[in-house]
Design a protein around this ligand. Structure first.
Ligand code: PXG
Length: 291
């Protein structure tokens, strides 16, 4: 089915083929803006409030005043899904600094641009047991551009992703400035060792993933011990299991890193259990169709 979806731009709905913004938008000129990637399952948006909170927090950190209230923004996202009659969708929310003059100064941009794209997106790495390399590109320092800000500046991650493509694997694992594991290019990293699930802490310089948070909750509900602590690539190579989490990726097994098999190279039992559990709870979000 090839439906032409309608894109929300600053309160108006325009067909995908006509959805365009100015070349003077600082989102394009400088990557000045923030975004979110959100999914809905069976008519319910997964953890909408967490995504919106993160969006508003990212905006606050870069001094970007979003011209909609939290509730208005929530309604705009739900309305975009309704307009497109979508139940199982991927929503890309973008807030840029807006149109300005050439020059970095945000002060020349009076009004932020708000874009909401709703579309289908297959799970990234669908049906794949992921192989990765450790990227030589380090994750941005928290003191330079904090990875907690989901900014439109994704070049750091893209450079690492290019390394993965050149190495003919699916994903790259990024280390932080201290040399411990930070995250994937668009997902968070987990290892399992002696039945304990371990993921880097917020201070490792990572995006605090919504899916990461869901995984931690699900694991604890299953009485699996979860630790947020720093670890090195040595611990990844020698883990019993490993997996990645993200809105685009969902939960996917990570079975090989730098040519070394993780555990026996197959999907681990704790990983499988968490994937199954995630599939059961993912449709428990904010209902789209209340009207
Ligand atoms: N780390 C990074 C750097 C991310 O960009 C995640 C972790 C996972 O967070 P969530 O909240 O999604 O569990 C992300 C977010 C895409 C795409 O459309 C996805 C992300 C980022 C950029 C693009 O493929 N994932």
């Amino acid at each position: 089915m090839s439906q032409e979806y309608m894109v929300y731009i600053d309160g108006k709905y325009v067909p995908k083929s006509e959805a365009k913004i100015s070349v003077f938008d600082h989102g394009l000129l400088y990557g000045d803006g923030v975004f979110e990637g959100i999914r809905s399952y069976e008519g319910a948006v997964f953890r909408l409030d967490q995504h919106l909170t993160r969006l508003f927090e990212s905006a606050k950190s870069i001094d970007l005043q979003i011209p909609l209230s939290y509730e208005e923004f929530k309604e705009a996202i739900l309305e975009t899904l309704r307009t497109n009659k979508l139940t199982d969708a991927y929503v890309r929310v973008v807030v840029t600094r807006g149109i300005g003059t050439l020059g970095l100064t945000p002060a020349t941009c009076p009004k932020p641009t708000i874009i909401i794209i709703a579309d289908h997106l297959k799970p990234l790495f669908e049906g794949v047991n992921v192989k990765a390399v450790v990227a030589s590109t380090r994750r941005n320092a928290v003191t330079a551009l904090n990875p907690m800000i989901k900014s439109l500046n994704y070049l750091n991650n893209i450079l690492a992703r290019i390394e993965a493509i050149k190495a003919k694997v699916d994903e790259a694992i990024m280390l932080n400035q201290n040399g411990t594991v930070a995250e994937g290019t668009g997902d968070n990293v987990f290892i399992v060792k002696d039945e304990v699930v371990i993921t880097p802490p917020p201070t490792a310089g990572i995006l605090l993933g919504v899916t990461r948070d869901a995984v931690i909750t699900l694991a604890r509900e299953e009485r699996i011990q979860v630790l947020e602590k720093d670890f090195t690539v040595h611990e990844v190579y020698n883990a019993d299991e490993a997996f990645l989490s993200g809105t685009a990726a969902e939960i996917v097994p990570l079975v090989e890193v730098d040519g070394k098999k993780i555990g026996n190279g197959n999907v681990g039992s704790i990983t499988s259990k968490l994937i199954e559990k995630f599939k059961r709870i993912r449709r428990t979000g904010t209902p789209i169709y209340l009207k």
